[in-house]
Ligand binder design. Structure first.
Ligand SMILES: [Mg+2]
Length: 153
């Protein structure tokens, strides 16, 4: 999907890289509203990939439920390395923790979700947009005027 943001080069995002714990799920449970939004984004031909350290051992179950490809990435550098295989210049990442920092530094657009697990300061400082929830993060792509309004100069 291409987004025309006034004052900037056109932004092309083809892949969404999602963190699991603290972002899509809290205490191992998927956050309400995520399932429907993921389905809608997939119907718009967005590639959606789950990257996770799998802190709660729930990644395979959630990936299966959402029909997402999952990459178990044991640490922050593994997340960044996986992202480099996915044309990171056309990828957006959504995350919250320190483990997402190098991933954020690798992709084109970084979105931080400020939910119950909190966020890491270093990752916050590397983010482009901070939203209160994963549903708000996914809505930036479902309602792109929101994304454009936040990013424009
Ligand atoms: Mg997390």
């Amino acid at each position: 999907m291409q987004y025309n943001i006034p004052g900037q080069e056109p932004l092309t995002i083809e892949t969404l890289i999602l963190d699991l714990n603290g972002t899509l799920a809290i205490d191992g449970k998927l956050i309400d509203g995520v399932r429907e939004r993921i389905k809608e984004l997939r119907e718009q031909a967005m590639r959606i990939v789950l990257f996770t350290g799998d802190t709660n051992g729930n990644a395979a179950g959630i990936a299966d439920e959402l029909q997402l490809e999952v990459h178990v990435t044991k640490d922050a550098l593994a997340k960044a390395d996986e992202a480099k295989k996915l044309r990171p210049e056309t990828a957006a990442a959504i995350g919250n923790g320190r483990i997402d920092l190098e991933l954020f530094q690798t992709v084109r657009l970084r979105i931080l979700t400020l939910q119950a697990e909190g966020v890491h300061r270093d990752t916050l400082l590397a983010s482009d947009i901070i939203v209160p929830s994963i549903n708000d993060a996914l809505d930036l792509f479902l309602k792109p005027k929101r994304l454009i309004a936040t990013m424009r100069k």
